[in-house]
Design a protein around this ligand. Structure first.
Ligand code: MG
Length: 396
């Protein structure tokens, strides 16, 4: 495989993020197994992981595996603040940063050699800066693609640095268990293992059609491309994007206002999660409706300031929906959609939204919910009548 590009993409990922913040802030926890809970394990220190404790595990099981663990309650503001401080180090390190979640980002250091040194030197300095300025361990993978960089950081954890030079991708990938590939979950890995496909190299020896027959079209093609290092996602920030939207077809049966509010809640959730992942905030919330006679209508509301908070967007959406109910009842609704537009970039908006107390809590919660969902699946946390109430009930 010919790879012409240099290895300039960094994937930087904080180690055991929530647990590391707890160990940083309370010296008595250092070197000890720490579980952030109580209830479901939200994070565990490497000392606890050594006993088999994993995120997403129930408290009872975690305690059986590691009775000496110290269980501490989550402190969302502290994690949100640490995440923001680390983002500042990222921004000082590279001009192109794509934040992938609350504790990880991709950085492209192409063209920085003369100013900042080789990608490996930049990665080493980034690790040192995060340690000195924020007090947290972070692992960095360096490669020609986002995907390889991400897998490399996973292999280098904890507190490590791994550079996969251009041309060295297949030597790195092929011996790895197939489940290490980003996006290959336990059930996919299980299906492959059942057929004797244990490593990425095993998958590489099969025709694409065989992988498609096992995993389905999208996943099969993706794994085939990865196994041959032909999956080249670029690091990009979505500055060019003008709106975020989602919609839900409803069929023809009539819907109560409560049902429509539940649908709107799901859409607001999905859209704001994507906005936060992209580091964007928006001011204008648009409700889009289609009726049983195929006519359409939109209603919009512009907020006083940009936001990516689920509750703020959902509140606007509920008001629009309430105002549109007479029209909905008269004409029958077949599709409900939302769009958030009038977007602003990350910094200004997030600074407005993130004072240490008060409204910042909501953003910190949103980010933490995103994080938990990303790791344990959307169903790990469902929205009740009030998300904050259900969240606290389940996780604090
Ligand atoms: Mg991490």
């Amino acid at each position: 495989v010919f790879v012409s590009r240099e290895a300039t993409i960094l994937h930087a990922d904080l180690d055991a993020f929530f647990a590391s913040v707890e160990q940083r802030d309370d010296p008595r926890l250092r070197g000890r197994p720490v579980i952030v809970g109580p209830g479901v394990v939200l994070a565990s220190s490497y000392e606890a992981k050594a006993h088999g404790v994993r995120s997403g595990m129930g408290a009872g099981k975690a305690r059986r595996l590691c009775p000496e663990a110290v269980v501490v309650p989550a402190r969302w503001e502290a994690y949100s603040e640490a995440s923001r401080a680390v983002s500042e180090v990222f921004a000082d390190t590279a001009p192109v940063v794509e934040k992938a979640s609350i504790d990880e980002a991709f950085l492209d250091v192409r063209g920085l050699e003369r100013i900042s040194g080789t990608p490996e030197q930049i990665a080493a300095r980034l690790r040192r800066d995060v340690r000195e300025r924020v007090g947290l361990p972070i692992t960095v993978g360096v490669a020609t693609t986002r995907l390889i960089a991400k897998i490399a950081s996973g292999e280098a954890k904890p507190d490590g640095l791994l550079v996969i030079p251009a041309g060295g991708e297949l030597d790195f990938l092929h011996p790895l268990p197939v489940g290490r590939v980003w996006g290959v979950g336990p059930s996919t890995a299980g299906k492959l293992n059942d057929r004797g496909i244990a490593t990425v190299g095993d998958a590489a020896r099969l025709d694409e059609a065989v992988l498609v027959s096992i995993l389905g079209r999208a996943a099969g093609r993706r794994l085939h491309a990865i196994a041959h290092n032909r999956h080249h996602g670029r690091v990009r920030t979505r500055r060019g994007r003008r709106s975020f939207g989602s919609q839900s077809a409803l069929g023809r049966s009539s819907r109560s206002r409560e049902e429509l509010e539940a649908v709107a809640g799901g859409l607001a959730d999905r859209v704001t999660r994507r906005m936060r992942a992209a580091g964007r905030a928006g001011r204008t919330v648009v409700l889009r409706l289609r009726f049983s006679d195929y006519s359409r209508a939109t209603r919009s509301h512009t907020l006083p300031r940009p936001t990516a908070q689920t509750t703020a967007i959902l509140t606007a959406l509920r008001a629009l929906l309430a105002a549109a109910m007479p029209m909905i009842e008269a004409r029958g609704i077949t599709l409900l959609g939302i769009t958030v537009t009038n977007l602003e970039g990350e910094r200004g908006a997030l600074q407005l939204e993130l004072p240490v107390d008060g409204p910042g809590r909501s953003h910190a919660l949103d980010e933490a919910v995103d994080e938990v969902r990303e790791r344990f699946g959307t169903d790990a946390m469902t929205r009740g009548g009030s998300r904050h109430a259900s969240f606290q009930h389940g996780f604090e």
